[in-house]
Design a protein around this ligand. Structure first.
Ligand code: HEM
Length: 118
């Protein structure tokens, strides 16, 4: 079922959304300290791949697995929520319909245990 992928505007829509999302993260004082050494181009590419896969699109995720990537970062629930807020802001800016926003947020919320408290 690739309906979420289609709703997000396919490859181009997801890539644009992830660009806006990464810019939101980069201006978020609550979490920016985690990303000081991060290759932002790579992060953008891998987020685009991953959201494409999650949304049922014809993509392959080529990054590290979520637990490996986030282990040692001591990400808190509050930081996780901050990142979700940044994604919501990005989706508003890109005029993603609310029902589509909620579908993507639900999928990402399920991943919190692979990211928080490691
Ligand atoms: C559902 C939520 C999240 C998803 C889907 C996600 C996804 C990803 C992906 C795909 C990567 C790239 C992996 C790679 O480089 O191979 C990544 C890296 C990273 N994530 Fe997350 N992430 C989430 C939450 C968070 C949160 C809440 C933080 C911190 C506040 C965070 C901090 C980072 C950092 C700092 C990197 C870069 C690591 C590096 O520089 O090598 N992530 N994340």
């Amino acid at each position: 079922d690739d309906s979420l992928y289609q709703e997000l505007g396919g490859q181009a829509g997801i890539s644009q959304l992830m660009e806006t999302f990464v810019l939101e993260i980069a201006s978020d004082d609550r979490i920016i300290h985690h990303f000081e050494k991060t290759d932002i181009e790579r992060l953008h590419r891998l987020l685009t791949e991953q959201v494409c896969v999650i949304a049922g699109g014809p993509c392959e995720y080529t990054g590290e697995d979520m637990v490996t990537v986030h282990t040692g970062m001591n990400i808190t629930r509050a930081e996780f929520n901050a990142l979700v807020e940044d994604l919501m802001t990005a989706m508003e800016q890109e005029e993603v319909p609310v029902t589509t926003q909620n579908r993507l947020l639900a999928a990402l919320a399920e991943m919190h245990s692979e990211v928080v408290g490691l």
